[in-house]
Write a protein that binds this ligand. Structure first.
Ligand code: GLU
Length: 373
C-alpha cells in the first residue's frame, strides 16, 4: 500500500497515471496546445522520479469537429467511432509533439474493456506497459473507441485510467478534471463544500455525485470518477480528482492541497488484488526447493525450477504452485499454455529459446501476477 494520504504525497508516487479529460484538451473543436505543452512540462518534471502514464481523452471531440458531426460526435455510437478514428490521429500527434519537446517519447496504446478484463489480454497489456516504461517511453492510453461497441465499452476514461493503473502496478491516479474535486452536494448549490479526503467510497459518498459531466464534452461525470476511485482503492491505489483548468494543474493542485484524495483501502498490490477472488486454478506447477526458496525472496517462477505440470491450461489462466512435497505455495497467471510449459520444464533460458523457436518470456509465472498462500 502506498503512503499517499494527502494530495502533496502524490509526489512520492513511483508510478503515476495522469488522466486528462476532453474538456481540458479541446476547446471549440481545437486542441488546447499551449495547455498541453504546460502539462507536458509538468510530466517531464515528474518523470525525474517516477514513471508516468497518460490516459488521454479528446479523440471524439477533436474528430467530431473535423468531420463536422453534431453533438460533439456523441449523437450516436457510429458517429463516436468515426470521430474517434479521426481525432485519435490528432491526439497522438499532440502528445508526441508536446512530450517530444522534453525529449520524451510518447507511445500510443489503444485498449478496449476486454483487453483489461480477459486474463490473457490483461497480461499482454500489462507486459506492454511494463516494457514501454522500462524503455523510457510515456504511454499515452485511450479507449479504442473506433472498434468498441456499446456493450464492450468503458465509455469513460476515468474507469479506464483506474484499470490501466492496476495493469501497470501504479501507486496513484490523478484525474485532471474541470471541477475542483468531489463536493458534498451539487457544487452549484450554495454551501457546497469540497471533500478533501475520502476513506472508502461508501453509498453516502456516491450520493454526493451527479452523473453528468459539467462540460458535456467528455462522458465522465462525478459518478464515473467515483467508480474509478472504487476500482483504485480496492487495488491499493490512491486516486485524486483535481482541477485541471489551471495552466500547470499538477503544481497548482498539489501546492495548494486543492482537490479530493481517495485513500487506498487495500494493502494488496494492484495486480494481486485483481487476482483475488479468481476462479479455481486450471492446473498445477510443481517447483523444486531452489525455486521455492527463490519465491520466498520474492522471485518469479522460472521454467528451470519447475519439475512437474498438471492440467490443461491456456496462457493467462490461473494455476496453483506446489512445492516439492505437494505443499501449496501460491497461485498466479501462467505465461504459457500447458503444452509449452511441458516443453520448457526444467530448461534454462537459452535452452527454452531453442525449444520454443521464439524468445522466451521472462518467467513462467511472473511475481507481479502471483499471490502467495
Ligand atoms: N475515449 C474518449 C475520447 O477519446 C473519451 C471518453 C471520456 O469522455 O472519458 O474522446
Amino acid at each position: 500500500m502506498t503512503n499517499i494520504t494527502s494530495l502533496p504525497d502524490l509526489r512520492q508516487a513511483r508510478r503515476l497515471v495522469v488522466k486528462v479529460g476532453s474538456a481540458l484538451l479541446v476547446e471549440g473543436g481545437k486542441a488546447r496546445s499551449e495547455w498541453v505543452a504546460a502539462l507536458a512540462a509538468e510530466i517531464a518534471g515528474l518523470r525525474q522520479d517516477a514513471d508516468v502514464i497518460v490516459v488521454s481523452s479528446g479523440a471524439i471531440a477533436l474528430g467530431a469537429a473535423k468531420l463536422g458531426l453534431p453533438k460533439g460526435g456523441r449523437g450516436s455510437l457510429a458517429d463516436a467511432q468515426a470521430a474517434a478514428s479521426v481525432g485519435q490521429v490528432e491526439l497522438a500527434r499532440l502528445w508526441s509533439e508536446a512530450l517530444g519537446r522534453h525529449d520524451l517519447t510518447a507511445a500510443q496504446m489503444l485498449v478496449t474493456l476486454d483487453d483489461l478484463e480477459d486474463r490473457r489480454r490483461y497480461l499482454n497489456a500489462s507486459a506492454t506497459l511494463a516494457r514501454l516504461l522500462d524503455a523510457g517511453a510515456v504511454p499515452v492510453v485511450n479507449e479504442n473507441d473506433s472498434v468498441a461497441t456499446e456493450e464492450i465499452r468503458f465509455g469513460d476514461n476515468d474507469r479506464l485510467a483506474a484499470r490501466v493503473a492496476q495493469a501497470a502496478g501504479a501507486d496513484a491516479v490523478l484525474l485532471l478534471s474541470d471541477v475542483d474535486g468531489l463536493y458534498d452536494r451539487d457544487p452549484r448549490e450554495s454551501g457546497a463544500t469540497l471533500v478533501e479526503r475520502v476513506e472508502g467510497v461508501t453509498p453516502e459518498i456516491i450520493a454526493m455525485a451527479t452523473a453528468e459531466s459539467a462540460s458535456g464534452l467528455g462522458s465522465g461525470g462525478m459518478l464515473a470518477k467515483l467508480q474509478a476511485a472504487r476500482i483504485a482503492e480496492r487495488a491499493g491505489i490512491a486516486l485524486a480528482i483535481v482541477n485541471g483548468t489551471h495552466a500547470s494543474p499538477i503544481a497548482h493542485a498539489l501546492g495548494r492541497n486543492l482537490g479530493t484524495l481517495f485513500v487506498a483501502q487495500s494493502d494488496t498490490s494492484a495486480r494481486k488484488a485483481w487476482l483475488g477472488g479468481r476462479l479455481a486454478p486450471s492446473g498445477v506447477l510443481t517447483v523444486d526447493s531452489g525455486c521455492m526458496a527463490a519465491l520466498d525472496r520474492g522471485a518469479s517462477v522460472l521454467a528451470a525450477g519447475v519439475t512437474g505440470i498438471e492440467g490443461d491450461f491456456k496462457r493467462g489462466d490461473l494455476v496453483a504452485i506446489h512445492g516439492p512435497t505437494g505443499e501449496r505455495l501460491g497461485q498466479g497467471l501462467v505465461e504459457y499454455n500447458s503444452a509449452e510449459c511441458r516443453a520448457i520444464l526444467g530448461l534454462r533460458e537459452d535452452q527454452q529459446a531453442r525449444k520454443l523457436g521464439y524468445a522466451p518470456r521472462a518467467a513462467v509465472i511472473h511475481r507481479d501476477h502471483m499471490v502467495r498462500t
